[in-house]
Design a protein around this ligand. Structure first.
Ligand SMILES: [Zn+2]
Length: 569
């Protein structure tokens, strides 16, 4: 049994995420966690909300609430939506937790002892109109790298370059739009990432199995231009983790907090400590400290491409720089973007489908299947309502749902709600078992490699094979001349239902559970196609399940296309 630690990039607290966010981290991470658990591995799957920084402060102010109360409330909302999408986190934590405060301060202290923190008196942008220092992401301007005119002071979301606000051309306050900005002096701490460049390069070069998307972004920021830059890890803000050197005060840094990018990835570790405190686990260091049992853990991270620089360079710099035996990531699965109907999903414009809205209109399995089978792995992908309707109706309703419904109803009408006895499998069944055995191993290989689209395509082919078998074996015709043969065909096809349930559960857990329940079996990963397809003996009782997947009608599709075109109500 392998031990697999899985983390999804942690969603920011200030609102409900759209489906593009979901498919870029949490959903594929859940697929992988469910698959690994089904294969019998020991899995710890963690996610949390990312709660610090100015956007949370501003969103709370806008909602008229203290920021702590606002974050607590939004955590509840995100937790509930995660459960709605059946995201099977072992723990859904919070970066504002006491555990993360302690660990973040601990790492800062270790980095300082190692000489990797520099105190810098720097000039920071002060907005006279707003009466405050402006955090990087609240300064907007033109990106010096690509010319995008809405680049933020911390990063250009168009070209992903990490920026400092003073790099921006024609900067303005994102709060008030004021260009009356002054540069004033303030002291900050910098993580000396540049001093760790060779160590980081060696480590990244050793990861020969990483997706190209991940390594290409990492290498770009490691070596392009002047190479990896030192990065500020503190801010002039109220809301965040107070700057401390371990448990000691940090002279000159009173009233300042750690920058959210520094404390957010440390929450991956703190979340495991929260998991233990919540009574769900016994020993979190066993997952995170290679001197305390984590040397055999395989750690896999999931994230959108905009998060890759932080996870390949900055967070590893924190871990390596601490000089302590913390677990480093073994595999980073990163994603391109999912676009929405000819443009981008937009949180600010309310364009696209958001997690709460999605669950209001359809069960989560519909979304899970479509999003995962169209995961933006090698390039950006696009959601269109036509495509969604067509794919979901075909794959889920016409192929899988129809197969289950057809064979269970046929059996009920001819043999009753029990698996029929009599007859034996012939060449047609033997051939399909051979085909499904090959496909099963291929499906497992794609899932092990986290090749999500390929895995979905193989699963779809496995469903199609059953439908084609049923169509060609045609027990309803055979029944008229040879009831024994019809019984064998029916028994074989009924055995495909739990086989499908086990294989489909990582993608569509609710439907899979309903299929297993209707067949009176526990969900299980098949050892082999041959064993699985004679698992249900003659005489085993089942019930005909409810309609598993209602088709999406044209009218509903048109309605939704209009409703989600923009400006969320
Ligand atoms: Zn840019």
């Amino acid at each position: 049994m392998a031990r697999i630690l899985i983390t999804s990039a942690i969603p920011y607290i200030n609102g409900i995420k759209h489906l593009g966010n979901l498919v870029g981290s949490q959903l594929p991470a859940d697929l992988y966690a469910r698959y690994k658990r089904a294969r019998g591995d020991e899995v710890l799957f963690l996610c949390a909300t990312d709660e610090h920084g100015t956007p949370a402060e501003l969103a709370a102010a806008k909602a008229g609430k203290p920021v702590e109360a606002y974050c607590a409330e939004m955590w509840e909302v995100q937790d509930k939506l995660g459960r709605g999408f059946r995201l099977s986190f072992d723990h859904f934590g919070r970066s504002s937790s006491a555990q993360n405060h302690k660990l973040t301060q601990h790492f800062a202290g270790r980095l300082a002892e190692a000489g990797l923190i520099e105190e810098v008196v720097e000039k920071q942008v002060y907005s006279v109109a707003d009466g405050r220092f402006l955090p990087d992401r609240y300064i907007e301007g033109t990106c010096p790298n690509c010319g995008y005119d809405k680049a933020r002071g911390d990063q250009c979301e168009n070209c992903t370059k990490q920026l400092d606000p003073t790099d921006l051309i024609e900067p303005r306050s994102a709060i008030s739009g004021s260009t009356e900005l002054e540069v004033r002096e303030t002291k900050h701490l910098y993580l000396r990432q540049s001093a760790m460049r060779d160590q980081l390069r060696d480590w990244i070069n050793s990861k020969t199995d990483w997706p190209i998307l991940t390594t290409s972004i990492a290498k770009k920021w490691l070596d392009d231009g002047d190479g990896l830059q030192d990065r500020g890890i503190t801010r002039d803000l109220d809301w965040g983790i107070p700057v401390k050197k371990g448990e000691d005060d940090w002279p000159g840094m009173e009233g300042k907090v750690f920058y959210v990018w520094f404390d957010a990835p440390i929450e991956y570790i703190a979340c495991a400590a929260e998991w233990v405190e919540a009574g769900k686990g016994a020993d979190w260091e066993r997952w995170w400290r290679t001197d305390k049992g984590a040397e055999d853990v395989r750690y896999v991270q999931f994230m959108g491409k905009d998060n890759v620089p932080f996870h390949t360079l900055s967070f590893p710099a924190t871990i390596l720089g601490s000089g302590e035996p913390w677990k480093l990531v073994d595999y980073i699965k990163s994603f391109n973007y999912l676009n929405y109907d000819g443009g981008q999903f937009s949180t600010s414009q309310g364009r696209g489908v958001f997690m709460d809205q999605a669950l209001e209109i359809l069960p989560s399995d519909y979304w899970r299947w479509w999003l995962l089978s169209h995961a933006p792995e090698t390039s950006d992908a696009e959601f269109t309502w036509d495509g969604f309707q067509q794919d979901v109706n075909k794959d889920l309703a016409d192929v899988l749902g129809n197969f289950v419904s057809r064979i269970t109803k046929f059996c009920r009408s001819k043999f009753g709600e029990v698996v029929p006895e009599g007859g034996s499998y012939g060449p047609q069944e033997t051939a399909l078992i051979g085909d499904l055995e090959t496909r099963l191993r291929r499906y497992e290989a794609h899932m092990d490699a986290v090749d999500i689209r390929k895995a979905a395509a193989e699963l779809r082919a496995i469903w199609v094979a059953g439908n084609e078998y049923l169509q060609s074996a045609a027990p309803w015709t055979v029944f008229k001349e040879d009831t024994e043969r019809a019984a064998a065909i029916t028994r074989f096809a009924l055995n495909l239902v739990p086989f499908y349930a086990g294989l489909s559960a990582p993608f569509i857990p609710d439907a899979a559970a309903a299929m297993a329940e209707a067949m009176g079996v526990e969900l299980a990963w098949p050892e082999s196609a041959e064993a699985a397809l004679s698992a249900l003996p003659g005489g085993h009782a089942f019930i005909v399940p409810e309609v598993m997947f209602a088709k999406i009608a044209d009218e509903a599709r048109e309605d939704w296309a209009t409703r989600f075109a923009g400006t969320r109500g």
